[in-house]
Design a protein around this ligand. Sequence first.
Ligand SMILES: Cc1cc2nc3c(=O)[nH]c(=O)nc-3n(C[C@H](O)[C@H](O)[C@H](O)COP(=O)(O)OP(=O)(O)OC[C@H]3O[C@@H](n4cnc5c(N)ncnc54)[C@H](O)[C@@H]3O)c2cc1C
Length: 243
Amino acid sequence: MTTIIIKGEKIWTSTALQSNKMLLIARTKREDETARPIDGLSLFYTDLNRDHVEIRPIDKMGRKCVDSNQLFIDDLPVPKEDLIGEEGKGFRYLLHGLNAERILISASMVGLGRCALKRAAEYARDRVVFGRPIGMNQAIQHPLAQSWAELEAANLMAFRAAGLYDSGKECGLEANGAKYLAAEAAFKSCTNAVMTHGGMGYAKEFHVERYLRECLIHRLAPISPQLILSYLAERALDLPKSY
Ligand SMILES: Cc1cc2nc3c(=O)[nH]c(=O)nc-3n(C[C@H](O)[C@H](O)[C@H](O)COP(=O)(O)OP(=O)(O)OC[C@H]3O[C@@H](n4cnc5c(N)ncnc54)[C@H](O)[C@@H]3O)c2cc1C
């Protein structure tokens, strides 16, 4: 291989508008010529050459500090020096980073959830309705307390996964479990924070509407809750693969 020509499409490519380089995975061997479908994919670090790559930004609900794009790659020449590692092993290299990313996202979701709860508790202490702070009512307290417990449990799972990862041990179940628990707990915390603020939860001034919007991205990416549950069912409970 001296130069190879790559064609294809990729949706949800972050920061392409600012980038001169990209990490690109492409099939370099036909699937029917490999032992497993994950083989035959190669990883490249190559120029994002706009003569051969069309970038279309996606307008989206949050995460506005980072652009998200659709990429259309048309006969992009990639020199062989741009190959990372061995040809055909690209997907295996990518897998290596997935658990670390899940753990990182778990921690960020715990942080976002805590932040939402802090603002909700402050508001509940300050806001007086019918002569007393709304935070004196158990119907306000209990959802926030439940979210606190769920976030702290998710945090413990994230630290368990991080400990295994740092000691070089298998942590797929814990990393996925932590990402699932943390994203769901953060979503519930942010929703509870908006509801605690009543109408003002909908006003930008109190920030919690933004937290609710921003937590959704990590509920569904880089892996959705449904796909995590399928993975856990298969790997933790030895149930048959469902997809
Ligand atoms: C803002 C943003 C930034 C992103 N950034 C990146 C990035 O930088 N790099 C990157 O590679 N990707 C990125 N993504 C992509 C993201 O990882 C995917 O959108 C996400 O994993 C979901 O995949 P999908 O959109 O293909 O959903 P689909 O596969 O179309 O699924 C749609 C829904 O159906 C459910 N579903 C699908 N199959 C099953 C099944 N068998 N059983 C039960 N439920 C099922 C899914 O869980 C999901 O809820 C980004 C996405 C967003 C929104």
